[in-house]
Design a protein around this ligand. Structure first.
Ligand SMILES: [Zn+2]
Length: 671
């Protein structure tokens, strides 16, 4: 691809012929080059078991093709028709509380329903046969924002099959699930029920809890796999006929129900929907882009959706201020996106998304602020596209992020209901991001050899094999940082005997005796015993009581019965170092720790204020992205590096100024 995909979701089945014709003109004016459709048209395509209607869509796709637009061809399987749900109620899912759903909403189908899968396959086969040869189709878009865990009898019986496949015997299942606890021994596979609000689990003020972590963890894996199977079914139908066209489905960033690292294997190009919260720090958006890019880090991702201005679901749906659209679009590109796409191209007239903005507003013409900003952005993207697309990021810093660990850590009963995996990930990402380091996300079994620093907050669940992977990494010269509550359980959620942090004990040179926990608002302090920590910092929530074996203590607790015991340790292991941070430190404390360890930016430049920098590379060039997130001008010191501005072709070195909310892309000329 030599240009950015620029466009987004279009729902022409909601519009008259006249409006579609007008829209095609407006798309051209706005420099739009791709439309995604038909995402939710199953009911219009199929009115009974055997009756299909494609003529209406033929007309639309012919118009779009004639206008020269590219097509991101959706499969329409995210919402099954109402008649189908009525005639085949087995398609409708059962929720966590055991309630059978009626038809409504979207992505509300049982992922294990054979009838759903059969009908979805038939529809996709017909779409592929009828439209697959259209040369304007550049991408297939399967389903939409998959999100459909189910607890129905069919899922329960498929769960038993999945378990048989995984564990072979009930003896093995009873062992790894630790069913000797609370008299849970199973004598027949049929005795196993789905863990839900009716059995082992309950919803405790928004935090889902469970009596049996091992069962709930396996159900999470099973559900992620079941939903992935629905995607794979459609993927195969498309690829069998058109292997050269990439296939994707739109992800949602840090989305807990689905293990996206596992899904990524079956996705040709990662795409995702970015909706930054109003007023939230910009590093969080960067973090989500970095996770999405890291799912397939040797290639760019696609920004499949963002809003041109406001959303409709938040408590307060602020409009994007002038300049925000360009800045947020370039933030995605700076982190590896080769597209800028919107939900939605035209604002719908009815239902919940009528107040969600579109490139074309209800007024129906292009004389709006949002349309003008979209047009200007499209123009810039067209000019820069071929110089940026295809380039990737090669980072030296990684954060281990593991969906299975996320599930297990938050299913854990104790030591604190305040412990949320993402909060800890965010703190370390924030600290690394401030140092200018480019950050990848990796799994505990990834090849870590390209990184000079690997950070793994709260790596509670880790297998022996993955423990050895980390050991090898450090032995060969890597820097590794982990934090409290790490190395506690194995992959089936059984605690390691012989001391925490289990398979990480050797590399960290410590053992952890207890995890103390205090209520919100109660703190301890970390007091430096070396120059590693520059001053005292507050720490909270969980307090690991650490004994050093080979490690040295870098900071100690200031209070309580473990006063003077280590809270931060360092172990020299082979040619590398491994650090243990025994409590949840305040952000300034983590910033201070990470400043000592981060390799920082690849380039020797200095930025002031909230200027974000990233680096994308291709075989020819290093491209420096400068993004000013402040409402005022900011300085950048490029030092002796020589750059050329991709847009103006001006050459720069030394001091440079970047306007409020402005963006610059510079090619490095010397090295
Ligand atoms: Zn089900």
């Amino acid at each position: 691809m030599s240009t950015f995909f620029y466009g987004g979701d279009y729902n022409p089945d909601q519009w008259s012929d006249e409006i579609v014709d007008l829209d095609l003109e407006l798309f051209k004016k706005a420099n739009i080059n791709i439309v995604t459709l038909p995402v939710f048209s199953w009911a219009k395509f199929q009115s009974s078991d055997t009756e299909y209607h494609f003529e209406w869509f033929d007309k639309i796709i012919n118009k779009i093709t004639a206008s020269g637009l590219n097509i991101c061809m959706a499969t329409s399987t995210a919402v099954q028709p109402a008649w189908m749900s009525h005639k085949y109620p087995e398609i409708l899912p059962v929720d966590f509380e055991g309630r059978k759903r009626a038809f409504g909403g979207r992505v509300k189908f049982c992922p294990n329903s054979e009838i759903y899968r059969e009908f979805a396959s038939k529809l996709v086969t017909k779409l592929v046969e009828r439209y697959g040869n259209n040369k304007n189709i550049k991408l297939w878009h399967v389903g939409n924002e998959y999100d459909n865990w189910c607890y129905c009898p069919k899922c329960q019986s498929e769960f038993r099959n999945w378990l048989k496949e995984k564990y072979s015997t009930l003896d093995e299942l009873n062992r790894v699930w630790y069913t000797s606890f609370w008299g849970h021994t199973f004598y027949s596979w049929d005795e196993i029920v789905a863990p839900s609000g009716l059995s082992e689990m309950w919803n405790d003020n928004g935090r889902v809890r469970t009596n049996f972590q091992s069962i709930s963890l396996d159900y999470a894996r099973f559900m992620s796999d079941s939903i992935l199977d629905c995607y794979k079914l459609e993927y195969k139908i498309i690829k069998d006929r058109f292997p050269q066209i990439p296939v994707t489905t739109n992800f949602m960033g840090f989305f807990k129900p689905l293990n996206y690292f596992k899904w990524a294997e079956f996705i040709d190009v990662i795409s995702w929907d970015s909706y930054p919260g109003v007023g939230e720090p910009y590093f969080l958006t960067s973090m989500r882009h970095d996770l999405m890019r890291s799912l397939k880090k040797d290639r760019p991702f696609l920004l499949m959706e963002q809003t041109p201005s406001q959303t409709n679901w938040a408590p307060y749906n602020s409009c994007k201020r002038p300049g925000d659209l360009k800045l947020q679009s370039f933030q995605a590109i700076a982190h590896g996106s080769d597209s800028v796409m919107f939900f939605q191209l035209r604002r719908s007239v009815g239902a919940c998304e009528k107040l969600h903005s579109g490139v074309i507003d209800h007024v129906g013409h292009g004389e709006t602020r949002v349309f003008r900003e979209c047009t200007e952005l499209g123009d810039v993207l067209n000019k820069l596209g071929s110089q940026i697309t295809g380039s990737i990021m090669e980072n030296k810093t990684a954060i281990i992020f593991d969906w299975e660990n996320w599930w297990a850590l938050e299913y854990s009963s104790g030591p604190s209901t305040e412990l949320f995996y993402l909060n800890e990930i965010e703190k370390y990402y924030n600290a690394l991001h401030k140092t200018g380091a480019g950050i990848d996300f990796v799994t505990p079994d990834s090849d870590l050899s390209q990184y000079s620093l690997v950070v793994a907050p709260c790596l509670y669940l880790i297998s022996n094999r993955n423990g050895r992977n980390i050991e090898t990494y450090v032995k060969n010269g890597g820097k590794f940082v982990t934090s409290f509550m790490s190395g506690v359980v194995n992959e089936t959620d059984l605690a390691y005997l012989g001391g925490y942090p289990g398979p990480l004990s050797n590399v960290l040179g410590i053992w952890v005796e207890e995890f103390d926990s205090l209520p919100k608002g109660k703190f301890n302090t970390g007091i430096p015993t070396s120059s590693f920590l520059d001053r005292e910092y507050k720490c909270e929530m969980v307090f690991d009581i650490i004994h050093t074996l080979n490690a040295q203590s870098l900071a100690i607790y200031g209070n309580d019965y473990y006063k003077d015991l280590p809270v931060i340790t360092k172990n020299i292991f082979g040619s590398g170092d491994a650090y243990y941070i025994g409590s949840s430190f305040e952000q300034d404390g983590i910033d201070s720790i990470i400043r000592k360890l981060s390799p920082g930016s690849d380039l020797n430049i200095e930025v002031f204020g909230n200027v974000e920098t990233t680096l994308r590379k291709n075989s020819m060039d290093k491209l420096l992205f400068l993004l000013n997130h402040d409402e005022c001008k900011n300085k950048i010191d490029l030092k002796n590096n020589q750059f050329q501005n991709l847009q103006t072709l001006e050459k720069h070195s030394g001091q440079l100024e970047l306007n409020a909310k402005d963006v610059m892309v510079l090619r490095l000329l010397n090295e």
